[in-house]
Design a binder for this molecule. Sequence first.
Ligand code: PEP
Length: 252
Amino acid sequence: MARTPYMAGNWKMHKTVSEARVLASELVSELSGASAKLMIAPPFTALSAVSQVVSDSPIRLGAQNMAPEESGAHTGEVSVAMLADVGVEVVILGHSERRHVYGETDELINRKVKLALAHEMEVILCVGETLEEREGDRAETVVQEQLAAGLDGVGEDQLSLVTIAYEPVWAIGTGRTATPEDADAIHQIIRNRFSTMYSAQAAENMVIQYGGSVKPNNIVGLMAKGNIDGALVGGASLKAETFVPIATYDRT
Ligand code: PEP
């Protein structure tokens, strides 16, 4: 069965509530006929407002992070139940900014992944190597290790709730994109890894997004590759004029 393309926007720490409402409204009106699966992840403060805008639209609501605990004395954290309560269906976990700026380890990310899945929250698990790791010929190893550790204890029956985003750290927010060939090669390695960790069917079904300076002018080349099933978009998801052409790339 062909994999459905999946385009997701990570708004990071941008947009006040009113700005978020405006952008979400523009996306709802411009993407009503899109064939790809769509998701936007506003900051926590705008989730509730955006939830109202995207309800009854094909755009799913995502969060950018989640606490590794159910509830309790965890100052500053947001729980999976709180996210579900405002209509969040998807959570981005293991983003490179969480790993490298805020020191999140594979072990912590794995706890979050398992907790989200236990609550039937969809997960986009981000993996990707730094420039130093790529130049040291370690990209494949790093990505495979992040995948194995991030999905430790996750059963094949839960994989329908999992999407992988391959985001080479050196390509995020830098304007440098991996070539479609380089990205596809790592996506193939990720897919093969699902074969060894789970089954050939799991590998075939897994949706693998590319992320790292995706723009309207490079999405078509990326999506032409057999192992690239969508995009996790940062900067270009902040304006309808750049996110809409990505989300509707097949009609551009
Ligand atoms: C991201 O943050 O996931 C990302 C890919 O950012 P950008 O598109 O800005 O490189």
